[in-house]
Structure formats: C-alpha cells, structure tokens
Design a protein around this ligand. Structure first.
Ligand code: MG
Length: 310
C-alpha cells in the first residue's frame, strides 16, 4: 500500500516558557502529517519530538520526512528506525486503518505549583473535579519541602491522590528521607523519578524496600529504554509519553506482554497527536491511573499555527 504524504510544520508558543533541564522551552514545534489512500481515505498523525527528553530532534524528523518525495509505503512506515521514535508514532498512528475511537473515559491529574503555593492551589482544582494531584519536589531544600508536604497531605481529602515528581533531582539519602515520610503517611500514589537515569539499580532496590510505589519517567522516555529497564528488573510504574515512545504497535505489545503498570502523559502535542496517544492510554492503562494530558493551559493560544507546508 502506497500513501500520498502531506506534511506541514506547526509552532505553538508556551504562555510562559517551560524550564527544562536544557534551558527554557519557548515554542512547541512539530509536524502534522496526512496519509492519503488512492480512494481518498486518509489518516492524520503528528510528530512531536522532545529531543532533550530522549527523542530525535525536529531536524532529524524533518530530514526523515523529506527523504520521501510525496509518497510513503506501509512497509516504509513499519520499518522506521528506533532512533526516530516520534516519527514512528506519528506515521504509524496516521495509518488510516488504525484510527480507533476512544473506548474508555480517562481522568487527568492536575499539576500543582511548586513550593508553598501548592497549599492554596489544590482546592479550586478539587472543586473542578480533579482528584489526583502532582507536585514537583527536589526544587528546594528537602526539609523545607517535607514540611510543606506534611501540610499538603493533611489538607487533602482522603480520596484524593498525590503524586510526587522529583525529575531525577534527589540523591540516595534524600530519596530515602522522602520514602520514609511517604510510607508513614501512606497517602502518596507514587514518587516519580527520584534519581538520575544512571542510577536504575538504586531505584530498583528502593522500589523493593518501601511500600510507596516508585515510577520512572526520564528513564523510560522511549520503548528501547522501557525494555532495558524491564530487563534490569524494574517492576514499578512506567510513565509513558506515547508521542515520543516509538511505535504504537510495539508499545502495545510491550505493555500487554509484561502487564506494565503505566501512567500516560502528554508530550505537549496538538489534538492530533493527543487523540492517538489517548487511544493508547485508554487501551493500555491496566490500573486505570489518571493520565497527564491536561496541558492546554500551558499554551498562549488554543489555535495551532501552521508555519508552512513541506
Ligand atoms: Mg516526570
């Protein structure tokens, strides 16, 4: 099967630039694509790389797309190399036959502001029907944060859930400190990526020592990394960003074969990529954990601006 390929480049500025490990991120850029069959049937997909999180760069993706002169075969799509995971996702989810409707409603978790502002931020969100909250830690001194944490956990209704995300900023001691406090309260859904990618063994060990669940995020950006972590003994939670994880077919196989406990999360993609990512989430969220796709308020405009056709 040969598809006609249409590509366009989009840009979406963030309302406030996002602070990342590699500096400020001001504009989300990506590629929207359309695969058109001879009879006019078509499917849409999105390539939304985050190179600093482990995917290819936008330039890599553009070069790959431009290597096809307006037509691409199904075989080309199913053999996109693993070093282009965002392309694998974008093209595969654009295959006309794979566009399935959402089958299960999913709830979003709500991101709280860092530091003490979290204490006044959760209630209006709770009233808007959010029941899972995420709070970034490892931003200030551990003892300071633990004090705020204890107030927060005391304030939260018993059926609320709190996720802590350290973005790899803790060390062995501070992780133990956090996990001891979390275990004592018993109200934390999970602690996400306490240690850097290089310290998987330590995180495997910690996940066996404490009753509070641990999740990996930075360590499992792509399917290759997920498989490597699984092989090295990771049986905790996987935070999966489908838009940069790689081939949806292979991701589905991995999750189903190993009964992965997954939390699905956005890559700041547009509604095109989000639809495909949420389809996977609704199919593969075995424990029905809330997803992290409520990110539209991070953008300055609701409209996605197409910069040019490629
Ligand atoms: Mg995270």
């Amino acid at each position: 099967m040969l598809y006609k390929l249409e590509l366009s480049l989009y840009q979406r500025p963030f309302k406030t630039p996002l602070k990342t490990a590699y500096g400020m991120w001001k504009i989300r850029e990506g590629i929207l694509l359309k695969l058109i069959e001879e009879n006019g049937n078509f499917g849409e997909g999105e390539i939304a790389p985050i190179s600093w999180f482990g995917s290819e760069t936008l330039d890599d993706a553009l070069n790959f797309c431009k290597s096809f002169s307006g037509f691409i075969s199904k075989k080309d799509i199913l053999t996109i190399p693993n070093n282009l995971p965002a392309c694998q996702f974008g093209f595969e989810s654009a295959l006309p036959s794979t566009n399935k409707p959402l089958n299960k409603p999913l709830k979003n978790s709500a991101l709280l502001p860092t530091g003490i502002s979290a204490l006044s931020a959760w209630k209006p969100l709770w009233e808007k029907n959010y029941s899972t909250f995420k709070w970034k830690i490892g931003v200030a001194e551990t003892n300071e944060e633990l004090k705020i944490f204890e107030q927060l956990i005391e304030q939260l209704p018993t059926n609320a859930k709190l996720r802590l995300d350290a973005n790899a900023s803790l060390n062995w001691e501070t992780t133990n400190q956090w996990l001891q406090v979390c275990d004592a309260w018993g109200k934390v859904e999970f602690l996400e990526q306490p240690l850097p990618i290089t310290q998987l063994e330590a995180m495997v060990k910690l996940s066996q020592q404490y009753s509070t669940a641990l999740a990996l995020d930075e360590s499992v950006a792509t399917l290759n990394q997920m498989q490597a972590c699984y092989q090295q003994g990771w049986r905790g939670i996987y935070v999966i960003k489908p838009a940069i994880a790689g081939s949806p077919t292979k991701l589905r196989q991995f999750c189903q074969t190993y009964k992965i406990d997954a939390v699905f999360s956005s890559s700041f993609e547009t509604s095109v990529g989000r639809k495909a990512a949420l389809n996977l989430a609704s199919e593969l969220s075995l424990k029905n954990r809330d997803v992290g796709f409520g990110v539209d308020h991070w953008f300055a405009e609701t409209e996605v601006k197409l910069i040019k056709n490629l």
